[in-house]
Structure formats: C-alpha cells, structure tokens
Design a protein around this ligand. Sequence first.
Ligand code: PEP
Ligand code: MN
Length: 337
Amino acid sequence: MIIQLHDDCSTEHKALIRQNVEVLNYSANEVSTFHKNYLVCVGKSEFDIRNIGKLEGVEDVHRVTEANKLVSRQWKVKPTVIEFGNGIKIGEGNFVLMAGPCSIEGKEQVSSTLDFLSEHKIPFMRGGVYKPRSSPYSFRGLGMDGLKFWAPMARKAGKKIITEVMQVSQIEAMLEYVDVFQVGARNTQNFNLLDELGKVNKPVMLKRGMSTTLNEFLASAEYIFSNGNEQIILCERGIRTFENAYRNTLDLNSIPVLKDKTHLQVIVDPSHGIGLRKHVEPMALAGVMSGADGIIIEIHEEPEKAFSDADQTLSYKEAEKLVENARMTYELRGGLK
Ligand code: PEP
Ligand code: MN
C-alpha cells in the first residue's frame, strides 16, 4: 500500500496514520522525495483501504501488491514525465533520442558530435568520462577534466548531457555538470550508489544489469525512488545469455513488460544490446516497435577510431538514417490499431 501524505501533514497526524497501519500488521516506511511524502506500507492482511483514506493528513491511498511499490504502475497509472526546460522532456509522447560517443575523447570530437545533434534535433548527448572497462589497460575515460570541457560546450549548443557515474565519491563533483546520471550495467545492483543517487535532484538513467531479472531491475529503481529521487529512466541494454554470436542479447521482451509494470520511462540501447554496427539500426527500430520511449546510441565521426566500443559505433551517416527511420517507426507505432 502507498499512502500519499498531504504536504502539510503534521507529525501528530503522521503518527496516527502509522498506528493505524501498524495495527494491520503492516510496516510503514516513510519516504520523502523532492516531490512528495509517502508512507510505503508492506504487509499481507486484507482490510478496507477506505479506512486509511479517511484519516487526517492522507491525500491518497493505493493498494500495491507488487514488491516494487513506488515504481509500480499499480498506483501511478500515468507515465512519469521528466522536464529539462526549454521544451526538452522525457515522456508525454516525446520520443527521446540520445546519441554520442562511447567515451569523451577531446574537444574536437565533442564539437563535431554537438553539430550532428543540432542538425538532427537530438536533445541529449551521451558520452562516458568514467568508463567501466573489462581490462584495466583499456582507455578508462578523461574523468572530470573531460566533463569540465564537455559540459559548457553542450550547454552552449543547448544540449543535455548524460554520462555514467561509477561510484559514490564521484557524484558531488559531477553534479553541476551533468543533466542525467547514467548507472551502468555493472552497477545496477550497487545499492550504495543507488542510495546516494536517490538523494540527488537530477534524473538518473538506470541500465539493466547483464544478469538482472526485471523484478531485480525494478528493485534497483525502487532504491533510487525510496531515497527521494523520482526522476528515473530505465534502459534495456541487453543481457548475457549462452549466445556469443553478438555482444549481448537485447531482450526486447522487457520493454512491453516493463511498460506494463512501471510508470517509469523505458528506453533502449541497441548499440550495447547487439554490439555490431551493421545490426544496430534494425534493433533500434525493433525497440521502438516494442514500445520504448526512446533510444540511446553510440556515434562517432570516425567510428573505427573510437577509443572504446568502436565495433558498435555508428558513423554520422548511419546514425542519420537510424534517427530518421526511428522517428518514422515511432509515428507508425502511434497509428497502429
Ligand atoms: C556505456 O553506455 O558506454 C556503457 C558502458 O554501457 P553499459 O553499462 O550498458 O555496458
Ligand atoms: Mn559503450
């Protein structure tokens, strides 16, 4: 059960609501987000929910049987909308596009990417400055130095930045430069990191871990929400299976199922999802058809020379075609019966 409290619910009223919940053998967990105050109640007994709704200080009450409560669609039927100002938003029929290199490499690369994004009206630039790499000898990113030259260039071009944060200690320094924090697949269940990102008033895009079930994935989102941050986007980026003909298995089944289970926006990353340049576009379009709210792709002026993930990175020409077709596919989806 989720109880939404009035903004001016007094301490006395809150205590009384708690008592009423606890006699039902429910635990009442208080959650205060940047947006609202809730009591997230966990228990099993049956009772008349209206008796809670009548209590002083209660704005609304919802029965939520799913384990992941705050991210569940059972209480919030309308999808979450994330506003970025200047007409940029995720949700409400805005098909979101995010594109950029796997890693930020230098100013020239940033500038050429921004030109491409502007030309194609793509609002978000992706790029890693802290890179999780399988080998410690691979390029691991420019760190804060990269973010410091990238952010002002992106702002000047009117673009929003999405970049990965790998550990708690990086959050504070990154905060003023970042528009969306990305949690990478290797950190989907880093609960300390999720706790801390819950305390930040900036959107977080949570990628699916390579072996997380959808319930585990949603539980990770619940960590962020229950710590105070409601601005969460989920990203399907493929899971690890027995198949090794491609980098990951892009689990597009997850898109309609997640959209059914949660009010959060769900986007798809076909670049990591298949890992093979020539197949990124069809998988992006399949992702759109499966109900994704947007896509995130890796692009580079000279993909073969990209410092990381070259094999899955698209040239501008390939990306242009993908973006046009993705927009058309989105329109087509909207018109389907
Ligand atoms: C990335 O976006 O470059 C990345 C490392 O993604 P993932 O965490 O999905 O592997
Ligand atoms: Mn990458």
